[in-house]
Design a protein around this ligand. Sequence first.
Ligand code: PEP
Length: 256
Amino acid sequence: MHPRKKLIAGNWKMNKTNGDAVALVKDIVTEAGKVTEVEIVIAPPFTALESAAKALEGSNVKLAAQNMHHEASGAFTGEVSAPMLRALFATHVILGHSERRTYFQESDAFINQKVLAALKNQLKPILCVGETLAEREAGSTLKVVQTQLEAGLEGVSKEQAPSVVVAYEPVWAIGTGKVATTDQAQEVHAFIRGLLVKLFGEAIAQKVRILYGGSMKPANAPELLAQKDIDGGLIGGASLEARSFVELIKAAEAAK
Ligand code: PEP
């Protein structure tokens, strides 16, 4: 049996008003709310978290935020904190997404503060790492991923590490329809696993889920999810519609 339960997470980004979000959650819950072999997480925008939490109550679908601030409270206009997310029953938080790194200049050090704050507040961070096209073409993919991963996980203890989820998202594959080949993805996933072994030891590294993200769709998911170190997917576009998201959950069930 595989040591890690597969995880399918939907990143809705800045999509869905509250009413649309509730409708989508209800459809996902109807189709996949009783699935136990795959961990399912959805990340609606902040404005829909509370109603999404109500709509998924009693199901196996879990709730994530797409970002947070590392301080618990204070003068940080426009931000939300880990305790606020916990109060809305979020269990996970996406951190260091490439869109936040690019459009909001989030640095590795800043992301690391958020990772530590999430863990301190019993929120599971989904830490995103990945190279741009220019970095891949320059041959620096592994170096970029190593820097982002090690800096993002600085100060995370061995006890906390199994709560971390890593998402490898090649920036050139996000929202572009260009998916990494299974070999390209598995190479980086195995490299990340090796880094986790160095940081936390073999037994703990084997517990950490490493998701692939970047134009994952029902058609390409089975092959990706069959790879040894690909433990699920962080899904953007295909998570905005119940049918494709549920198909991805079924693909992960079949790949377990
Ligand atoms: C993402 O933004 O995390 C993502 C993987 O998006 P998409 O699936 O649309 O490429």
